[in-house]
Design a binder for this molecule. Structure first.
Ligand code: HAM
Length: 436
């Protein structure tokens, strides 16, 4: 008989456990804490949206819509897509739920969850990945850009990052971009034969995207290219100037990066990315910017917006590389199990259950080791594997004497304490600072 096939995760998708899930929860907690300080509320939108939302929102010419979407028809033949990003869904939710009339303006929201792109998987690039993002919708002014960036940097600082590279640029208004695209096209046309296939295609469809090419010859050519920044109209130029000046004033260390154009079509004016060389080729931890035309593109009024999304998987990879990170995570791990209760003898298993319940009622996380058929040594090993520091032993002798044995793995000592009120005594040992 053929062996039954074992299943694997879908290519580019991963189970998250151990340190990874601890670190995921840690960064999510910090995001909630920091973003709330700035008046942002959490929202959750569905994983699946109408395909058309991304085609119109992110743009037909973008790599994401052109090549990377998980799109399928449902049973009624409606074209649906697993969300590849979070901004278009938030803009949809803003319009659908009429957020401006039901709450304050500008609208400030944050979100976190899984996103899907059919990309070639490699280190730091997955087909199911996770983002933590924030959007501020309804204020056109540069001070919102500054505040959003300051909030983002505060979040990263709280995670323990010190020197990250902040790249900033302005992609201007649509009119500046049209003008600039034409100039760039004229500049690159004579070198057409030296461009790769992708860039030749982009020369027709969206020459701006050539600016973030990685091909060495193309990078060389671009050194002499006209700069988008020089084509900005006055309003976009003034806006960018205020953003740069204010960031300077806040002591934010950033670089203006003329090649930073972002891969989604909705961007206007301020755009930014934060990179880390520790991530190798896939080095963008996050990206964001203004999208003043997106809400109108989705059939709404002309309402500006700005936001960012952090690649949570990449962020967590980096967090775990910060010296002392694991220790810090352990200290903040609310799922830590300090105590293992080991009932001795089969008939004491229900006592074990009761003792563990008493500990939990006193706020002490506890597990119970029920496998009374195994030798005590193996059961103690099991407790160590759970990372428990204390073991509570209870069997016939203890029942007779009205006590429990409390063993401390950290210094290999043990003592007996009265059975009645034992949970309070254990709590006092585990959390001496928190006792009344
Ligand atoms: P994005 O640059 O496409 O922007 O994605 C943001 C971040 O998500 C990237 O910097 C990267 O860290 C992470 N990321 C993207 N694709 C993958 C992948 N396949 N595997 C792992 N990580 C990935 C957006 O999505 C915009 N919605 C950001 C935004 C919000 N702009 C304004 N508001």
């Amino acid at each position: 008989m053929a062996a039954k096939r074992r299943f694997q995760t879908v290519k580019g998708m991963h189970d998250l456990g151990g340190w990874m899930s601890l670190a995921f929860a840690f960064v999510e907690g910090k995001a909630r804490e920091v973003f709330s300080l700035y008046g942002y509320d959490e929202v959750r939108t569905p994983i699946v949206e109408e395909t058309e939302l991304f085609v119109r929102g992110v743009g037909e010419g973008s790599e994401i819509v052109g090549k990377q979407m998980y799109t399928f028809d449902d049973k009624k033949g409606r074209s649906l897509t697993l969300r590849p990003e979070g901004t278009a869904p938030i803009a949809r939710a803003y319009l659908q739920n009429d957020w401006p009339s039901s709450g304050p303006q500008p609208v400030k929201v944050f979100y976190m969850g899984p996103y899907f792109r059919y990309e070639r998987p490699q280190e730091g690039r997955y087909r199911q990945f996770h983002q933590i993002g924030a959007e501020l919708i309804g204020d056109p002014g540069p001070y919102s850009d500054v505040e959003l960036l300051v909030m983002l940097l505060r979040f990263l600082e709280e995670l323990g990052f010190e020197d990250l590279e902040v790249g900033l640029n302005s992609v201007g208004d649509p009119e500046c971009r049209r003008r600039y695209s034409q100039r760039l096209r004229e500049f690159l046309e004579p070198y057409r034969d030296e461009l790769g296939a992708d860039s030749r295609r982009r020369l027709e469809t969206n020459p701006l995207r050539i600016l973030d090419t990685k091909a060495p010859r193309e990078r060389e050519l671009l050194e002499g290219a006209p700069r988008l920044r020089d084509e900005l109209g006055d309003p976009a130029r003034d806006h960018f100037q205020v953003v740069c000046d204010e960031l300077d004033r806040f002591g934010v260390d950033f670089e203006i990066d003329d090649g930073l154009v972002r891969g989604l079509d909705y961007y206007t004016r301020t755009v930014f990315e934060i990179t880390s060389t520790a991530l190798g080729a896939q080095n963008a931890i996050l990206g964001g910017g203004r999208y003043d035309g997106l809400i109108a593109e989705l059939g709404g009024p002309s309402v500006p917006g700005i936001g960012f999304a952090i690649g949570q998987d990449r962020l967590v990879d980096l967090v775990l590389k910060i010296p002392g990170a694991r220790k810090r995570l352990n200290a903040e791990d609310h799922r830590r199990r300090p105590v293992c209760v080991i009932p001795i003898g089969g008939s004491y298993r229900r006592h074990g259950l009761v003792l563990a319940q008493e500990l939990r009622a006193a706020g002490i996380p506890a597990i119970c080791e029920f496998d009374s058929l195994r030798p005590l040594k193996a059961r103690l090993k099991q407790a160590a594997r759970y990372d428990c520091r204390w073991v509570v032993l209870f069997g016939e002798d203890e029942e007779k004497s009205g006590e429990v044995v409390l063993r401390d793995f950290s210094d290999r000592t043990q003592e007996t304490i009265p059975r009645d009120g034992f949970a309070a005594a254990v709590a006092a040992k585990i959390r001496p600072d928190e006792q009344p």
